[in-house]
Write a protein that binds this ligand. Sequence first.
Ligand SMILES: Nc1ncnc2c1ncn2[C@@H]1O[C@H](COP(=O)(O)OP(=O)(O)OP(=O)(O)O)[C@@H](O)[C@H]1O
Ligand SMILES: [Mg+2]
Length: 230
Amino acid sequence: MEKIVIVRNLVKIYEGKVDTVALKGINLELDKGYVYAIYGQSGSGKTTLLNILGGLDKPTQGKIIVGNQDITHLDSKNLAIFRNTKVGFIFQFHYLISEFTIFENIIMPAAIRGGKYSYSQVKNRVVELAKILDIEEILGKYPDYVSGGQRQRAAICRALINEPDIVLADEPTGNLDSENTKIVVDLFFKINKVKGTTFVIVTHNENIANQCYQKIELRDGEIVKIVNNY
Ligand SMILES: Nc1ncnc2c1ncn2[C@@H]1O[C@H](COP(=O)(O)OP(=O)(O)OP(=O)(O)O)[C@@H](O)[C@H]1O
Ligand SMILES: [Mg+2]
């Protein structure tokens, strides 16, 4: 099976007055095309791991390969290209920009990327994704004037616009009620099925974690358990 993530001996130490060892030698391999959950208590290292996988942060030690690319030693310019072309990010708070419409927010990663797709291709992709995500009616609206669930679905659409190999989601439903949580999680699985996109979801929610292909449990910066759910 094709690996989309290979992590070897990953150590992350946040230096400060007191150093914090956030990750203590993580080894992990993820197969392409599945939905994974990273599960664990607050402070166990989930966000740290996700940020390093996405090239948002650098490890202190170890090796990270994502989608056949060794990102361990990429400089900041190449890391920015990696993030923009290979990874989709979804956070607990959507980080849509209030001054732009939902449509403009969604196409921003494609605009930053430039060149790869024509404007009409990008527009067609928004229409296709907006249909799946049920946000067609709000594309012309501004983020402050739509519901929380709609905003999060718009953020998912933005994460998918550049056709990433992998989507990294940090507590994507942490800010949603149970109804919208179900909608968002169902959409991850739908997109995974339709597009084959790999998802890594950081969550406290045991229900969500149990629905995933694997539940990877972190404690104090170490993987303590991996549960295969299929
Ligand atoms: N920028 C930082 N500087 C110093 N220490 C940090 C920093 N970010 C995280 N840490 C520490 O690293 C450890 C892991 O933090 P991390 O944010 O990865 O946990 P988490 O599992 O995502 O927690 P939560 O569920 O609360 O989001 C914690 O002890 C935290 O205090
Ligand atoms: Mg976190």
